[in-house]
Design a protein around this ligand. Structure first.
Ligand code: MG
Length: 430
């Protein structure tokens, strides 16, 4: 059966995600990996799932290191020199959800092939370890300290920025405010006690959820505002005037720190081609960005959802490191000026309802292959067509009966032309 999506296993607690399922995942992982590190975000169901995973894995003879509540990138970093990391989290989803995500020693999350192997074992009959080979469980409280020390080594302790941080009461609470403090920043921490009921706001770092943070940055005269999602693998920011710096803008800002090669999903802005020498376009999803980043030896990977991957740390999106890097960038550069310098291109997005999205996408692919030069086309995730002064992406929704058109161009006129041309073609098929 298929249990894993691109972000691991995730769903409502005691409906899709049960202790029985967690125990089976634990057994399946314990069959293949004999040294496991396990951590979680602060959701109320976290300890239940953690206990079931540990019971399953140790019954197969795996030894377990328990690292408690910590950010996902910190767990991924703790997986180095160990066979496998397990993170119990539902990331930015509301409190009733939880999930399980698996990590390799280099900080990359399990790829499709690895997940399929685990799925097979979940459904299979497994032989438990003999009584004297059952795995042991050790607590290790040092994982956060070790990750912080790595980052402090890189960033130094002589910073002075005034920073407001909103951890959404998620896993970031145990690390980012302390890291920024040790870096020398003056830190005002909002919602920074771990509470998996997420009493302040849902743990998705949208502008709407973060209104308090924007106001606090402005009212306290801070230089920068930073927010995480529930497991601190995502980061968005606010400037000193309380303006939200969303994913697209931050992607361009982070990209501007690199000169050679970056990896980004196929639906992100062409402004990146103006900034960096080479831009690798990947399927949509941080897992695919990380995969291509690794294959291509790129310097940085990012997704407009707020995930930033820095291979100098690991192949996991690391919003804790991202926060420290942002502090440095805000100190060294006039960010307002930098943002003003970035070209801004108009975009248009629209969704079209259909119950035959797969069939229509196949027909469109055939048609576009006939009508366009091969060098203009990219089918890595939907259909992307390059024009002289813009691009369009036609892509089916993963979750809804819809096909979306996204277009971006150098000016409004070209945008209109590109969008209409492709809208007409899609509407003929619907
Ligand atoms: Mg997350």
């Amino acid at each position: 059966m298929k249990y894993f999506g691109s972000s691991g296993i995730r769903g409502l607690i005691n409906e899709k995600i049960t202790p029985e399922l967690a125990m089976k995942v634990g057994k399946a992982v314990g069959k293949e990996y004999k040294k496991i590190v396990i951590g979680r975000d602060p959701r109320p169901s976290g300890q239940m799932l953690e206990s079931a995973l540990i019971a399953g894995a140790s019954s197969m003879g795996a030894t377990i290191k328990k690292v408690g509540i910590l950010p996902t990138p910190t767990l991924a970093y703790a997986s180095r020199a160990i066979d496998c990391g397990i993170m119990v989290t539902a990331s930015h989803n509301p409190a009733p959800y939880n999930g399980i995500k698996l990590w390799n020693p280099d900080g990359s999350s399990f790829n499709t092939h690895q997940m399929e192997r685990i799925e097979k074992s979940i459904d299979g009959e497994l032989d438990l370890a003999p009584w004297d080979r059952v795995g042991t469980v050790q607590e290790n409280p040092n994982a956060v300290r070790e990750h912080m020390d790595l980052l402090l080594d890189k960033m130094g302790t002589d910073h002075e920025l005034k920073v407001v941080i909103d951890c959404a009461n998620g896993a970031g609470c145990v690390e980012t405010p302390f890291l920024l403090g040790e870096m020398g920043c003056k830190v005002i921490a909002l919602n920074s006690n771990p509470n998996g009921f997420f009493p302040a706001h849902d743990p998705e770092p949208t502008e709407k959820n973060l209104a308090d943070l924007g106001r606090t940055v402005k009212n306290t005269g801070a230089d920068l505002g930073i927010a995480h999602d529930g497991d601190a693998d995502r980061l968005v920011a606010f400037d000193k005037n309380g303006n939200y710096l969303g994913g697209d803008l931050l992607l361009a800002l982070f990209a501007s720190q690199y000169d050679k090669k970056i990896a980004v999903p196929i639906n992100s802005s062409m402004v990146l081609e103006d900034i960096v020498g080479e831009v690798i376009r990947t399927r949509v999803g941080d897992v695919y960005v990380a995969e291509r980043l690794k294959e291509e030896g790129a310097q940085f990977g990012g997704e407009p959802s707020g995930t930033w991957i820095f291979p100098e740390i690991s192949y996991a999106p690391d919003a804790v490191y991202g926060a420290s890097l942002l502090v440095k960038m805000f100190e060294e550069q006039d960010i307002q000026e930098k943002i003003a310098e970035l070209p801004s291109y108009p975009t248009k997005r629209e969704a079209f309802k259909t119950n035959k999205k797969g069939e229509i996408m196949r027909k469109l692919e055939e048609k576009y292959r006939k009508d366009h030069d091969e060098t203009q086309l990219n089918f890595i995730d939907g259909i992307r067509i390059e024009y002289e002064d813009g691009w369009v992406l036609i892509r089916q929704s993963g979750t809804e009966p819809k096909i979306r058109i996204t277009a971006e161009a150098k000016n409004e006129r070209s945008l209109d032309k590109i969008f209409k041309e492709n809208e007409t073609i899609l509407k003929e098929e619907i």
